[in-house]
Structures are given as C-alpha cells and as structure tokens.
Design a protein around this ligand. Structure first.
Ligand code: SAH
Length: 353
C-alpha cells in the first residue's frame, strides 16, 4: 500500500513530516496542484518548523484545507522540559499514539547539538543502559525524529547545527527511517546540516555499518565499544554474541576506507568492570593503526543498574595509557547530569512504560 492509500484508510493520520520531496510531490499532484507546491510545503515543515498548516501563508487557503483533511504536520507535545545551569535542556515528548521519547539539547562553544532518539525503548539489552529496561516498543518514523530537532529550534535561541542519533534506541535497527531523516536534515529546503555534523551511534550492528559505508554520505559513525575483548563485551553488550569484535572492527575499517572518515569509539567506564590498566592496554592494542578516536564516558548512574563510575584518578590513568599508546582520546564532558541526561532515564522516571 502506498503512503497515500494508507492515509486514505486512516483519515487525517498522515504525518507530513514522514514524506520526502518526491512523496510530497506525489501528494500535491493528487490534490491537482503544481509540483512547486511540494517544495513550499517542505520549507514550511522542515525549515520553519511551523506547527499549524494554516501558517503556510504562500499556499492557497483551499490547499491548506485540503491538506488538513488528510494529514497533519507531525507536531509533538512537550510533556516536560528540564534545563541545567550549563544550558543543556532535556525534553520529554509525547507522540501521536501517546508514546513518549526524550531528546537533549546541548550547548558547546562551536554550536548546539541535538541528541535524538530513534526508537521508543530499546531491545539491545546493554548492561548499564536505562533505555533498554522496558524493551523496545516501536521504531520512530523519520518525521518523529525530525520533530525532536524542531522542538529545540522553536525553544532555543541558538539553533541546532549538529545532530547525534544517540538518544533512546538503536538507529541501525531502524535503518530506513533514520537515513530518510538524516537526508532530510541535509536538504537545502530543510535545515541544511552538513553530513559531517551528523553522527549515528550504534551498539555494533555489522550489516548496518556495512550498508552505511556504501551510502556515499560522509556521516560520523560512533560505535559503542565498551570492552576490549569478546569475553567482557559479551557480559556488557548482548549484541556482541551476534557480532563479535573481529567482525565489528572489520566493518569499522571498511567504513573508514569507503568514507575516509575516522570512526569514534565510545567507551563507557564502569568501576571495577572495564576500567583497569590491562583493559586500557588491550584496547590500545585492538585499535592500533585504525583511523579512529576514543571517547571515554564515565557511566551515568542508573539506579536499576547500580553501576558506578570509576574514581577520577582511575579515569585519568585509563586515558593516559591510551594517549601514550598513540590513540586519539578524549573524556566526555559531563553536561546536564543534574537533569538526568543519561539515556532513557527521563522517560523511565515519568513512569510511562
Ligand atoms: N544504540 C546506540 C545509540 C544509543 S546509546 C548505541 O548503542 O550506540 C548512546 C550512547 O550512550 C552509547 O554509547 C551508550 O553506550 C551510552 N550510554 C547508555 N547508557 C549510559 C549510561 N548509563 N551512562 C553513560 N553512557 C551511557
């Protein structure tokens, strides 16, 4: 069934933000409108972020009315908003079916970053993560991901110029909608965000990484590594049993060869589990010679998980060992920890599921 037939069945249920330019063109043709109307609608939706079809002032009134009969502009309701002293703002959004997701706005010296969720919940089961506790409910659509960025742009003075798909969910499990979202972000009639300023973070779905490498777009790939060997990674991340480290790293090498982009490895540091000097040395050995960067993240405390971050001197020692081994490494600056910016904590605290 095409998206138009689907919309016909569920009257007024079509989210206009789920359409790309080609699909929007199809839609305006069925309404007997010239093709250029599609681009106008795209600009209102994706660049200006209007929340009401009535605001599309260069469209004939009759077209706005016709549109309103079959579709809506996909506006999420902000259920809660927390702002930290450093400007980090976390939003809890309610979607059209009542499900909720969270997204985070972060201010850096070089601009503003939107951290976007890709699924409602997650089924990857990582040991330290709050998002996965209730499992996965469903994938988000392209329009639902885009709306997260627009919520921030409507609310914040400094507009989003970087996007990281690092919120709730596994983006490469929701591949098509995530890529559609990213391509839309990049369009000149939308927010025109450079691909290099967009990051997809994955727990390591190897087929998805290989597919991404062949898209021909220079996205930043971040891979959640969290352990330097299979034995430990199996304990922390169940996905490692399906795609062990040798396969994962081979896919990452392929990604850098095809895109000439360095891969970022995220490494959550957990007290007593993966923070020893041996782990640091093993990690350095594993990544030697790769075009990559390591981002160390002291684990955010999630009550249900009970895992703690290492002492500052242990973190510093871990970082120093990587640095001395010639691995590019940074320690993630902690933003907004007082507003529970750690993945999935807000949605859970609202007892939504
Ligand atoms: N599924 C994707 C993207 C979502 S998680 C992935 O696994 O990469 C985004 C990042 O936040 C991952 O690196 C993840 O490991 C990290 N993360 C999740 N829970 C965390 C916590 N409690 N403390 C610190 N980082 C966490």
């Amino acid at each position: 069934m095409s998206f138009l037939e689907e919309a016909g069945h569920r009257k007024s249920s079509l989210n206009l933000k789920d359409l790309d330019l080609q699909e929007m063109t199809q839609l305006v043709r069925t309404l007997n409108q010239p093709d250029y109307r599609a681009r106008q609608i795209m600009e209102w939706l994706f660049r200006h972020g209007v929340t009401d079809l009535a605001a599309m002032s260069n469209l004939p009134l009759s077209l706005r009315q016709q549109l309103a009969e079959i579709a809506h502009p996909g506006v999420a309701e902000v259920v809660a908003r927390w702002q930290a002293a450093d400007g980090t703002t976390k939003y809890l959004l309610r979607l059209s079916d009542g499900e909720t997701v969270e997204c985070v706005y972060m201010l850096y010296s070089y601009g503003a970053t939107a951290c976007v969720s890709s699924q409602v919940g997650c089924r990857m089961g990582c040991l330290f993560c709050a998002s996965t506790i209730g499992g996965k409910v469903r994938d988000l659509t392209c329009g639902e991901m885009y709306e997260q960025v627009l919520v921030m742009n409507r609310d914040q003075k400094k507009k989003v110029n970087r996007v990281v798909v690092m919120g709730i969910g596994e983006p490469l499990e929701n591949y098509d909608e995530t890529l559609k979202f990213i391509r839309l972000l990049h369009e000149p009639y939308a927010l025109n965000i450079g691909y290099r300023r967009i990051t997809i973070s994955t727990c390591g779905l190897v087929p998805g990484i290989k597919r991404l490498a062949r898209e021909g777009i220079p996205l930043t790939l971040a891979v959640s590594l969290h352990a330097p060997n299979d034995e430990l990674r199996n304990k922390i991340m169940p996905i490692n049993r399906q795609y062990p480290l040798d396969q994962l790293l081979a896919a990452c090498r392929e990604y850098t060869e095809m895109t000439h982009r360095r891969v970022t490895f995220e490494y959550v540091l957990i007290k007593g589990l993966n923070d020893s000097p041996e782990c640091a040395r093993e990690l350095a050995g594993l990544l030697r010679g790769m075009l990559c960067h390591v981002n160390l993240i002291p684990v955010n405390y999630v009550p249900e998980r009970g895992l703690e971050k290492p002492e500052p001197r242990v973190i510093a020692a871990f970082q120093r060992l990587l640095d001395e081994a010639g691995i590019s490494v940074t320690l993630r600056r902690e933003l907004g920890s007082e507003i529970m910016a750690a993945c999935g904590q807000l949605r859970r605290s609202q007892n939504t599921r």
